[in-house]
Design a protein. Structure first.
Length: 195
C-alpha cells in the first residue's frame, strides 16, 4: 500500500464516519449506518496507522474519531434540514400516543396532518420543543429530498455550519500530519558513506 492510497483510505474513512449519523437519521437505513460506521472506523484506523505507526497516532485516531462522529451525530441532521428543509405552518396534531421501552426512556409520538400529508412525528431529541396537544396547530420542517423525518423549527441550528467543516478540517490536518511526519521520530538518519 503506497502512501497516496493510505491517505485516500484515511480520508474516505473520515468522511464515511461523519456521514453515518445522517444515514442513521434516515430511519430506514439503520443497518447501512452501522455498516458504514464500522467500515469507516476500520479504514480510518488502518489508514492512519499505515501512515504513521506510533502511540501518538493511535491516540490521535481515537480523539479524531470521537470528535468527528460526535459532532456529526449532533449537528448533521439540523444542518441538513437547514439546507434542504421546507417549513410548513399549516400542520395540526390529530393524534398522540406514548411509546414505552424497557431499557430507554419513553417518548411521545404525534400524528400530524400538514395539508394533504399525514406524518408520524417523533421528537428529534429529548430537548425538542413540544409539538402540542391534539387539535392544536403547529409547524414542522420537512426534508425536500425525503431522506429525513420532519423536525420542529426550533431544532434547526446554524452551529453545524461551522462545527462540521471545522472538525473535518481538523481530521484532514491530522491525516496530513501523519502522512508527512517521519515514521520513526527521534532517530537521526546516518548516511552510509559517513561510517
Amino acid at each position: 500500500m503506497k502512501k497516496p492510497w493510505r491517505v485516500t483510505v484515511a480520508v474516505v474513512g473520515l468522511f464515511a464516519g461523519m456521514a453515518s449519523p445522517l444515514l442513521k437519521a434516515a430511519g430506514s437505513a439503520d443497518w447501512l449506518a452501522m455498516v458504514t460506521l464500522g467500515m469507516a472506523l476500520v479504514a480510518l484506523f488502518l489508514g492512519v496507522l499505515k501512515l504513521w505507526s506510533s502511540p501518538v497516532a493511535c491516540l490521535g485516531w481515537l480523539l479524531m474519531t470521537i470528535a468527528s462522529i460526535g459532532v456529526s451525530a449532533v449537528f448533521t441532521q439540523p444542518l441538513w434540514m437547514s439546507v434542504f428543509g421546507e417549513v410548513r405552518t399549516d400542520c395540526q396534531v390529530i393524534d398522540e400516543w406514548e411509546v414505552e421501552r424497557d431499557r430507554a426512556p419513553s417518548y411521545d409520538v404525534s400524528k400530524v396532518r400538514c395539508g394533504d400529508r399525514v406524518v408520524s412525528y417523533k421528537p428529534y431529541q429529548s430537548a425538542s420543543e413540544y409539538i402540542g396537544d391534539v387539535g392544536e396547530r403547529t409547524s414542522l420542517v420537512f426534508d425536500r429530498t425525503g431522506l429525513i423525518n420532519p423536525v420542529r423549527p426550533s431544532d434547526l441550528t446554524t452551529t453545524g455550519a461551522w462545527a462540521l467543516p471545522g472538525v473535518a478540517l481538523l481530521g484532514l490536518l491530522f491525516i496530513a500530519f501523519c502522512a508527512t511526519w517521519p515514521a520513526e521520530p527521534g532517530k537521526p538518519k546516518v548516511e552510509q558513506e559517513f561510517l
